[in-house]
Design a protein around this ligand. Structure first.
Ligand SMILES: [Fe+2]
Length: 322
């Protein structure tokens, strides 16, 4: 079946109220390569309040909800985010999305039994993103833990249907990412923010569930291809405030942007540099949207207040552009 035939059949099914077009449902997990695991324990557990659930000489796993993990840190020779796991709703969507991607020219590999066991999912497929920066893994059935979540500071994270948070990525091949995320993976437009000194940078925000955006991307001069930041959301401003205090008073992590409030998702957050160099946004109060009634809008700035960048600003730093 061709993509056109597939879209036609799914639109007929949709019209009949049977099912919707196959699409990504949420941000499921992130895998990072890191040279210093101890630094990640201090950063993710002590500062962000994630539960360290697995620790070996070459691997860390962190929990933030009922899932067995949401963040994996693998020991390696270099630092950086390596894998984004996008959750889909089941075997039919996994097969259809794999077919759509393959027909669009992506080399999609179904996870074998060992890879499925390693990720603790029911099934999955992986492919390289257009800039060859990240491996994207479509999956469903990420395993749930049988023991209670016990975060070190009692933090509660906002996940569920909205997934673990969001990713902002600086891209070189804007058209390819636009096609991949909207046309192939089924994301919808949340809004645009004009970035840069003269509003010349187009920051694009996309949703795939009730979270205002699960993914955002932009072409940034001097940056090229990079994961700018990964966002974690907690349920109380006090939790963000206590973490911000640790950053200010205990130098818990290098500051990228001060505490501030975003225009589009209304998140109150700050940005710090993770031990693997990409940014982490830590915030609260992100809006929940109704996918059926949401209308995209546009902003001339990303912040109502705050989010001042630590000076001097590294021009290659993509962390706080959303
Ligand atoms: Fe963000």
């Amino acid at each position: 079946m061709s993509v056109t035939e597939l879209e036609h059949s799914t639109s007929l099914e949709s019209a009949a109220g049977i099912t919707a077009r196959p699409k990504v449902r949420s941000l499921g997990y992130v895998v990072v390569e890191a040279t210093n695991l101890d630094a990640w324990v201090a950063f993710a557990s002590d500062l962000l309040g994630l539960q360290l659930s697995v620790r070996t000489d070459d691997r860390l796993e962190f929990r933030m909800d009922e899932k067995e993990y949401r963040l994996i840190i693998n020991k390696g020779e270099t630092d950086g985010a390596r894998v984004i796991g996008w959750e889909v709703s089941g075997p039919k969507d996994l097969a259809q999305l794999s077919q759509i991607l393959t027909e669009a020219g992506y080399e999609v590999t179904q996870m074998n039994a060992e890879e499925v066991r390693e990720r603790r999912v029911t099934a999955g497929a992986r492919f390289d993103d257009p800039d060859k920066l990240l491996t994207l893994e479509l999956h469903y059935g990420l395993r749930e833990a049988t023991d209670r979540l016990v975060t070190p500071h009692g933090n509660r994270f906002i996940t569920g249907r909205g997934g673990l948070g969001h990713v902002f990525q600086a891209v070189k091949n804007w058209d390819a990412y636009n096609t991949l995320y909207f046309d192939l993976l089924g994301f919808s437009l949340s809004d645009h923010i004009e970035g840069g000194p003269n509003g010349e940078i187009d920051l694009t925000f996309l949703h795939c569930n009730e979270r205002h955006h699960s993914y955002a991307f932009a072409e940034l001069p001097n940056v090229g291809s990079a994961v700018g930041h990964l966002m974690f959301e907690v349920d109380e401003l006090d939790v963000v405030g206590r973490a911000w205090e640790k950053v200010l008073e205990e130098d818990a992590a290098p500051i990228l942007s001060t505490l501030g409030k975003h225009t589009n998702d209304k998140m109150i957050s700050f940005y710090v540099r993770s031990p693997s160099n990409f940014g982490i946004e830590y915030g609260t109060g992100g809006i929940v949207i109704d996918e059926k009634t949401w209308t995209p809008t546009r902003y001339s700035a990303a912040h109502y207040w705050g989010h001042n960048r630590k000076t001097p600003v590294d021009p290659t730093d993509a962390a706080d552009n959303s």
